[in-house]
Design a protein around this ligand. Structure first.
Ligand SMILES: Nc1ncnc2c1ncn2[C@@H]1O[C@H](COP(=O)(O)OP(=O)(O)OP(=O)(O)O)[C@@H](O)[C@H]1O
Ligand SMILES: [Mg+2]
Length: 262
């Protein structure tokens, strides 16, 4: 695949800092994601998880540091959400994955419309594919929701379902799921977890962010733990049991490691 010593990474983040004004949200963040690896990114509220996701997806650049996607160095001056799609990165955001006021089918194709030879959007084709995704990938059956429904009419879980269906359809190399299960019922959560298993089986990679450690533990190959903007641990699942992971996280939550870290 790529240049070096046989490693194949979906992603490498190297020494990334991110400041919002005087606030340091990320400090010297380095980690990598293997090309067929599921990473559980864990940390408290405000730790910097969503900031990492937004840098990866071209929402904003880091203040400094480097990013490699599938071995290719990202030029942040030219990086944006569309470019991230071109690189095979799909994201289900914690807050707004979908345009509220838009109808569903349009949401599937934002930034990558199917066009006729003269550049007009092929509405018929887009609706057809959106309908296919809704029935077969997401499984919205007989709920009174069609491709023409407005996003604002959907529940939180249904919205996440659409965003995930979109990611699946476009066969992303790396899928970022930022709290994909917050608004979901247990049954819907199960679907999301199954979906992550499918990502793994399909040979692709994923970064999964959730406060539900049981879920994260189930699906991850490795845990990257972030505390107030710094990566504090990077642990293979085979090296830590569920209970030990819990106690480890509790120590951070209670500031017990404060004296130890620099
Ligand atoms: N656009 C922004 N402007 C200013 N500060 C920001 C911005 N986005 C994030 N921050 C700050 O950066 C830090 C990290 O925020 P981030 O959203 O990445 O946390 P998080 O780990 O995703 O938390 P949560 O689990 O609550 O979603 C926080 O202190 C937050 O207030
Ligand atoms: Mg967040």
């Amino acid at each position: 695949m790529s240049e070096d010593s046989g490693h194949s990474y979906a992603l490498q983040m190297i020494n990334v800092d991110k400041y919002f004004g005087a606030v340091c949200a990320l400090r010297n963040v380095s980690f990598e994601v293997g090309s067929n690896e599921i990473i559980g990114l864990i940390g408290d509220n405000g730790a910097g998880k969503s900031t990492i996701v937004k840098i990866l997806t071209g929402v904003f650049p880091p203040t400094s540091g480097e990013l490699y996607i599938a071995g290719r160095k990202v030029d942040f001056r030219k990086y944006n959400v569309k470019k991230a799609h071109d690189y095979g990165i799909e994201t289900v955001y914690q807050d707004k994955s979908l345009g509220e006021k838009q109808v569903l089918w349009r949401n599937f194709f934002i930034g990558r419309n199917i066009t006729h030879p003269f550049g007009f959007i092929n509405v018929r084709k887009e609706k057809e594919i959106a309908n296919e995704i809704m029935l077969n990938t997401i499984g919205f059956r007989g709920k009174g929701i069609t491709v023409d429904s407005k996003v604002s009419k959907l529940s939180g879980g249904e919205r996440q379902g659409v965003a995930i269906g979109r990611a699946m359809h476009f066969q992303a190399e790396l899928i970022l799921l930022d709290e994909p299960t917050v608004a979901l019922s247990l049954k819907e959560v199960r679907k999301v977890l199954d979906f992550v298993h499918q990502i793994k089986d399909g040979g692709k990679a994923c970064i999964y962010i959730s406060h539900d450690i049981q879920d994260v533990y189930e699906i991850s190959d490795r845990f990257v733990i972030i505390d107030r903007g710094k990566i504090v641990a990077n642990i293979l699942k085979q090296d830590i049991g569920r209970r030990d992971l819990d106690s480890f996280l509790l120590e951070y939550a209670h500031g017990m490691k404060d004296g130890v870290e620099g």
